[in-house]
Design a protein around this ligand. Structure first.
Ligand SMILES: NC(=O)c1ccc[n+]([C@@H]2O[C@H](COP(=O)([O-])OP(=O)(O)OC[C@H]3O[C@@H](n4cnc5c(N)ncnc54)[C@H](OP(=O)(O)O)[C@@H]3O)[C@@H](O)[C@H]2O)c1
Length: 285
């Protein structure tokens, strides 16, 4: 039984993961920035007779992060696993995006991971054990059209995780994993669209024909292709839960055959990232 903190558990993968881990017998702290959104999770947990602790945590606010982690340590006496799941997509070109929007994408997707990691490290370091799981994306490995700001934030998460894994596992027994899903059927796409619409919608500019081509390509996917690209939050949650429960977790983990295939030119030589991790340790430590 592990004591696990999850961020962004109000919907999608975070909520499913909370249920999946509680069902596997773990102590789960499911956190969300807005506690008014807790009802669905509370009801699902009740229906399945699962015990989940729900607390407020906004990954964009260090004070909120520190407070929640301190509360968890005071209550549980430990934190074994942190799942940095909170995140948000963003679809605009660099020219179209404002500096404020770019900072927001980096803040929630990358700085949020750094804040939560910073808050749990003192406890994991002293315990000489722990596992930090960062929910990245295939966009953290492969740049994709009109997604450069989001991809850059997820690339940052990947580099950050890789660098920490290079010394904290050997030195302090703390493990790191990045999870790389393709699509998840969640609130994610709706949030992207409402963010786009609330900031002037699709721009009638030089990018429009190419943007339309991109959207048409996605919309022309057959139902078989859609089924291969998009996983349910429950399916992805099972992969993440498996990564938590395994003795020797991978550094990198794609969550579906489609995700694996999409990233193949980047990952074929070292699918789990463990060979590169060992090579870095061998040459620098
Ligand atoms: N959906 C996909 O296709 C896909 C693909 C690859 C990777 N991912 C990654 O998977 C993770 C989970 O996404 P999802 O698909 O489950 O989408 P989702 O249903 O939109 O969930 C995102 C969660 O992050 C939370 N969040 C946003 N800002 C936050 C903040 N400042 N503090 C704390 N929580 C915050 C949201 O809370 P609110 O309800 O308050 O907004 C929500 O609970 C994300 O890191 C995402 O980048 C998603």
């Amino acid at each position: 039984m592990k004591t696990i903190l999850i961020t962004g558990a109000s919907s999608g993968l975070g909520a499913s993961l909370a249920l999946s881990l509680a069902a596997r017998g773990h102590r789960v702290w499911a956190t969300m920035r807005n506690l008014e959104k807790q009802e669905a999770l509370v009801l699902s947990a009740k229906k399945k007779n699962l015990s989940i602790t729900i607390r407020q945590l906004d990954v964009e606010n260090m004070e909120s992060v520190t407070q929640c982690v301190a509360d968890m340590i005071a209550t549980e006496g430990r934190i074994d696993v942190l799942v940095n799941n909170a995140g948000a997509g963003f679809v605009r070109t660099t020219e179209q995006a404002t500096e404020e929007e770019i900072r927001w994408v980096m803040d929630i997707n990358f700085m949020g991971v750094v804040r939560c990691t910073k808050a749990v490290m003192p406890y994991m370091r002293v315990a000489k054990s722990g596992h930090i799981i960062n929910i990245s994306s295939i966009g953290g490995l492969v740049g994709q059209p009109f997604n450069e700001i989001y991809c850059a934030a997820k690339f940052a998460v990947e580099g950050y995780t890789e660098a920490m894994a290079s010394y904290l596992e050997t030195g302090f027994g703390i493990k790191f994993s990045v999870i790389e899903p393709a699509g998840i059927q969640s609130e994610f796409a709706k949030t992207v669209m409402s963010q786009l619409n609330s900031t002037g919608g699709i721009r009638q500019d030089d990018y429009l024909p190419l943007f339309q081509q991109y959207i048409n390509r996605i919309q022309s996917r057959s139902s078989e292709e859609i089924a291969r690209v998009y996983q349910s939050p429950e399916q992805v949650a099972e992969v993440v839960a498996g990564c938590i429960d395994t003795e020797n977790p991978p550094l990198r983990l794609r969550t579906s055959p489609w995700a694996d295939e999409f990233c193949r030119f980047k990952t074929a030589a070292d699918p789990t990232g463990k060979l590169q991790q060992a090579a870095v340790i061998a040459s620098l430590l």
